[in-house]
Write a protein that binds this ligand. Structure first.
Ligand code: C2E
Ligand code: MG
Ligand code: MG
Length: 538
C-alpha cells in the first residue's frame, strides 16, 4: 500500500501528466477547430470564385460572339474602332481582336493593326468546344499581370485572371483549372498546380502536405476553382484561440486528475474500506478469556472484532464500530462476528456446554427483528446451544427502552445470557437495571483501573457490587491488569468473574483453545457462570 507521502507524489505526477496530456489534446482540438473554420472560409471563397469565373466565361463568350458579328472583318480602322468600343464596355477584358491559328495576331483594340506579327505561339490547351487558350502570348507577357488569351475561330479576347477579386482572408490562394480536349486539367489562372496534386473533377476537400485545398467545379462547364491555404497560416491566424484552447485543456486535464484523486480518496475512505472488508470477510475475531476470579479457571471468552485497513493500519474497534453504527451497517459486523464465532469455536462449544462466548451487539441489532431469527438459525445450523452464546449490550444501546426490554426478554427466553457492558459509564439506575432483567453486569475497566490510584472513582465500586448482589446479578469485572486489582475483588469474598490482560489478552481462536487446554489441566474449582437467580428487590 502506498504511504501518504508516496500517494501525494503520485497525485502530483498524475496531475502534471494529465495537464500535459490535456494541453496536447487542446492543441489538436484547436487545430481541428481552426481547420474546420478555414475549410468553411475556403468553401465560401471557392464558391465566390466559381461564380465569378462562370460570369467571366459568359462575358468571354459574349465578347467572342460580338467580334464574330463585327460589321467588318478586315481588321481595318472601322473594325479596330468596333473592337475598342467592345473593350470599353467591359471592366475585365484587356484586349479583343483578330488572330489566326497558332497565335498570329492580325489586329486588336489595344495593339491596333499588327503589321509585323510576333513569332507564332502554340496554345496551352484546346478545350472540348475548340476554344484555344494561350497563357504566354508574346505581346501580353507581363510577370506581374499574367494575361490569358482565349481564341475561337478568328476572334480572340485577352484578360487578366482574378483581377479585382479579393481573397478573404488574404492567406487564401486560388487556382482555376479547366478540362482540356485531351481531358487533362489545365491550371488556367492563379498559382501553378502543386506537385503530385490533381484537382478533382467534383467538389471536395483535400489535405496535401501542409496545405488545405477546397475545390468546387462548375456544373455548366468543365471548370473548377480551388481555394487553398497553408495550415501554418491557419495556425498563425488563430494563435489566440490556440493558446486559449491549449491552456483550457491543460487546466481541465489537471482538474480531471484532481477529481480522480478525490474519487480515489473517497473510494479509499474508511467507510468504503470497511464496507469492502466486511463484504470480503476480512475482519478477524479475537477471543479474550473470561475467568472465575478466585480460581482463574476459564469459563468463556468475549469475541472482539479486529480490522486492519487497506493501508495496513489496525483500526481500533471503538472507531470502526462507531463508524459502522453511524453509517447504519453495524448489523453486518455483528453477523460477521457471529459467523466467525460459530465457525471457529463451534466444535468447542458443541462439546463444552460449560463454556460461553459473549458477542457485542448494538442498539441497531436490538431493534432489528431479523437479528433474533438470524441468531437462532445460525445456532441451529451450527448445532450450538443458545446457552453457549451470551449477548453484551451497552447501557447506551438500551436508550430505546421498550425495544431493548423486548429484545432482552426474547433473547433470555431463547436461552441466551444477557450482560450489560461497560456498566457504570451510562445512566442505569437501580430500578431501570431491574426492569431490564439481565443476567450480569460487566463493570467498566475505568473503575478497575482506578483501584490503588487513590481516585474517587474506586469508591463507586462497593455500591455497584452491593447493588448487583441485591439484584442477584452476576458480575464480570473488566480490565484487570494487575494482581492488586484482582485482589481487590477477591477480598470482597463474593463470586466474581473477570476479564483482563492479567488472565489473557484477546487472541485468535486457536490460541484461545490452547490456553483453555492448559487451564483445563488444573483441578476444577469453579462453577460455570450461570443464568442469574431472579430475585425481587424489595
Ligand atoms: P468491550 O466490549 O468493553 O470490550 C472490552 C475491551 O476492553 C476490549 O477492547 C478489550 O481489548 C479491552 N480490554 C480487555 N482487557 C483489558 C485490560 O486489561 N486492559 C485494557 N486496557 N483493555 C482491556 P477492544 O477490543 O479495543 O474493544 C473496544 C470496544 O469495541 C469493545 O468494548 C466493544 O464495545 C467494541 N467492540 C469490539 N468488538 C466489537 C464487536 O464485534 N461488535 C460490537 N458491537 N462492538 C465491538
Ligand atoms: Mg463487550
Ligand atoms: Mg466493556
Amino acid at each position: 500500500m502506498p504511504t501518504p507521502k508516496k500517494r501525494r507524489k503520485v497525485v502530483w505526477a498524475s496531475t502534471a501528466v494529465l495537464a500535459v496530456a490535456g494541453a496536447v489534446c487542446g492543441y489538436f482540438l484547436a487545430l481541428r477547430i481552426a481547420e474546420s473554420v478555414t475549410v468553411a472560409q475556403l468553401e465560401n471563397q471557392a464558391r465566390q470564385l466559381l461564380a465569378e469565373s462562370d460570369f467571366r466565361r459568359a462575358e468571354i463568350r459574349t465578347a467572342l460572339a460580338a467580334i464574330d458579328a463585327s460589321p467588318s472583318s478586315a481588321c481595318d480602322d472601322a473594325e479596330i474602332k468596333y473592337l475598342s468600343a467592345l473593350i470599353f464596355q467591359s471592366d475585365f477584358l484587356k484586349d479583343a481582336g483578330r488572330m489566326q491559328a497558332g497565335g498570329r495576331i492580325e489586329c486588336s483594340a489595344a495593339l491596333g493593326h499588327v503589321a509585323h506579327p510576333w513569332p507564332q505561339t502554340q496554345p496551352d490547351a484546346v478545350l472540348q468546344n475548340g476554344v484555344a487558350i494561350y497563357s504566354r502570348l508574346t505581346p501580353y507577357l507581363d510577370n506581374d499581370f499574367p494575361t490569358i488569351a482565349v481564341q475561337r475561330g478568328r476572334s480572340f479576347v485577352a484578360f487578366v485572371p482574378f483581377t479585382g477579386v479579393q481573397m478573404q482572408p488574404a492567406s487564401i490562394h486560388a487556382i482555376e483549372t479547366v478540362e482540356t480536349l485531351d481531358q487533362k486539367r489545365l491550371s488556367l489562372l492563379g498559382d501553378p498546380l502543386p506537385d503530385g496534386f490533381s484537382i478533382p473533377t467534383a467538389s471536395r476537400i483535400l489535405r496535401v502536405k501542409k496545405n488545405l485545398y477546397v475545390s468546387r467545379c462548375s456544373v455548366r462547364s468543365s471548370l473548377c476553382v480551388t481555394a487553398y491555404t497553408s495550415i501554418d497560416d491557419t495556425v498563425a491566424a488563430h494563435r489566440t484561440r490556440f493558446n486559449g484552447c491549449i491552456a483550457l485543456c491543460g487546466v481541465l486535464g489537471a482538474n480531471l486528475s484532481f477529481l480522480l484523486s478525490l474519487l480515489y480518496r473517497r473510494n479509499k475512505s474508511l467507510e468504503r474500506q470497511l464496507r469492502r472488508a466486511i463484504r470480503k470477510d476480512q475482519l478477524r475475531v479475537v477471543y479474550q478469556p473470561i475467568v472465575e476470579l478466585s480460581s482463574r479457571r476459564i469459563l468463556g471468552a468475549e469475541a472482539l472484532a479486529r480490522w486492519t485497513d487497506e493501508e495496513g493500519n489496525a483500526v481500533a474497534p471503538d472507531v470502526f464500530i462507531a463508524l459502522a453504527e453511524k453509517k447504519g451497517f453495524v448489523r453486518e459486523i455483528t453477523w460477521l462476528v457471529l459467523r466467525h464465532v460459530l465457525r471457529e469455536l463451534g466444535p468447542l462449544l458443541r462439546n463444552r456446554a460449560d463454556l460461553r462466548v459473549s458477542i457485542n451487539v448494538t442498539a441497531a441489532d436490538l431493534a432489528d427483528r431479523g437479528f433474533l431469527d438470524f441468531l437462532a438459525l445460525s445456532l441451529a445450523v451450527a448445532g450450538v446451544a443458545p446457552q453457549s452464546i451470551a449477548i453484551e449490550i451497552t447501557e447506551s444501546s438500551t436508550v430505546q427502552y421498550d425495544v431493548a426490554i423486548q429484545a432482552i426478554r426474547a433473547l433470555r427466553k431463547r436461552g441466551h445470557c444477557v450482560h450489560i457492558d461497560d456498566f457504570g459509564t451510562g445512566y442505569s439506575s437501580l430500578a431501570y437495571l431491574h426492569e431490564l432483567s439481565v443476567d450480569a453486569i460487566k463493570i467498566d475497566r475505568a473503575f478497575t483501573q482506578s483501584i490503588g490510584t487513590g481516585s474517587a472513582t474506586t469508591a463507586i465500586l462497593p455500591p455497584i457490587l452491593a447493588m448487583a448482589e441485591a439484584l442477584h446479578l452476576n458480575v464480570v469485572v473488566e480490565g484487570i491488569e494487575t494482581e492488586q486489582q484482582a485482589a481487590y475483588f477477591i477480598e470482597r469474598k463474593k463470586p466474581v468473574f473477570a476479564q483482563g490482560w492479567l488472565f489473557g489478552r484477546p487472541a485468535s481462536a486457536q490460541e484461545f483453545c490452547l490456553k483453555l487446554a492448559v487451564c483445563d489441566r488444573r483441578p476444577p474449582v469453579a462453577e460455570p457462570m450461570g443464568r442469574r437467580r431472579i430475585a425481587s428487590v424489595a
